[in-house]
Design a protein around this ligand. Structure first.
Ligand code: GDP
Length: 311
């Protein structure tokens, strides 16, 4: 990928796409193509094909997706399925038709079976049933990564798929109904501190374990793989370390400076018990995460307070 190559970042206003865009700009890539969802509805096949034919990007980061936390994934299954399937099918097929040199599809660690051995190796995909709360999203993402695999097989397209673990960072979603756990807890503990509340409610039992990667680390890995990985087969992107939701809640409580209690609401779903990625493959390719969790969360907390994203 040269500095003057045309690069399309699909989903540049989302957390992942915006981090990739910041990184590309910092590195001096000068021909980046962007469209907001108002300008180009990626679910519309004709519009996507016309756009790709006209722009003819050489590289595509497919970071556009309909995403959300456990509550939204569970509740809006039809929307998560349809929107993600359409976006992927249209962008991947149009990339093939318009002669894109290389495409990176961003998936998710929820594509792995619910009860798979830990840490999750790339080859565990499709070896068992999925977690129900995010099955619709996971099946759509599996379709996307398989589509890349099939286009490589039949057309020799250099389309690669990467599976990031749970992400956090700038441009996250703080809407408590739709957000993931980390921004939700930052928001809840912050509000509780400001409003002098005695307790904060955390969903589930606190026992599930999750791995958290800063989205700037993800963007770094995405660029690294765009430059260095042209093989078939997924690549996991994570830190290789996880913590329980209870530990995360205590960490965020400490960072925010809340002094009350934590109350677990076990009527809310726990989701997958654990989804720690095996990052051996990425390790062997020569990439390792850099941003330590406490440091990363503290920086995000300062940023969102200054931006008044929170109450
Ligand atoms: P998941 O990794 O797909 O399950 O997505 P989430 O980030 O939404 O949830 C991770 C875990 O955090 C689940 O066990 C949730 O029940 C738990 N959790 C605890 N409190 C919250 C909260 O306020 N919001 C969300 N989204 N999850 C929470």
């Amino acid at each position: 990928m040269d500095k003057t190559d045309k690069i399309y970042v699909a989903g540049h206003r989302g957390m992942v796409g915006s981090a990739i865009l910041r990184r590309l700009e910092r590195e001096g890539y000068s021909k980046i193509i962007l469209r907001t969802s108002d300008e180009l509805d990626l679910r519309n096949q004709n519009k996507v094909q016309d756009f790709m034919e006209e722009e003819k990007p050489a590289y595509v980061f497919l970071a556009a997706a309909h995403v959300g936390g456990i509550g939204a994934n569970d509740k809006y299954r039809a929307e998560f399925f349809y929107n993600n399937l359409m976006i992927e099918a249209n962008v991947i097929h149009a990339s093939y038709l318009s002669g894109v040199k290389k495409l990176m599809f961003l998936g998710s660690s929820c594509i792995y079976p619910k009860m798979a051995n830990q840490p999750l190796k790339e080859e565990y995909i499709l070896t068992g049933p999925l977690e129900t709360t995010n099955e619709a999203y996971a099946i759509a993402k599996i379709a996307g990564l398989k589509m890349c695999e099939y286009y490589r097989h039949q057309y020799a397209s250099n389309f690669i798929s990467v599976m990031p673990t749970n992400l956090y960072g700038s441009n996250d979603n703080y809407d408590l109904e739709k957000s993931h756990v980390l921004p939700a807890l930052l928001s809840k503990f912050h509000t509780a501190r400001i409003e002098n509340k005695s307790k904060v409610e955390v969903w589930g039992t606190g026992a599930p374990k999750r791995e958290f990667l800063h989205v700037d680390d993800l963007a770094d890995a995405a660029l690294f793989l765009m430059q260095n990985y042209d093989e078939p087969g997924l690549v996991n992107i994570g830190t290789g370390k996880d913590i329980s939701i209870m530990e995360l809640a205590n960490l965020i409580k400490d960072i925010v400076g809340f002094e009350g209690d934590i109350e677990f609401d076990s009527s809310k779903p726990d989701g997958t018990p654990r989804k720690l990625l095996d990052v051996d493959k990425l390790d062997r390719l020569g990439w390792h995460s850099k941003i330590e969790l406490r440091q990363g969360i503290s920086e995000v907390y300062s940023e969102i307070q200054n931006m008044k994203v929170l109450a």
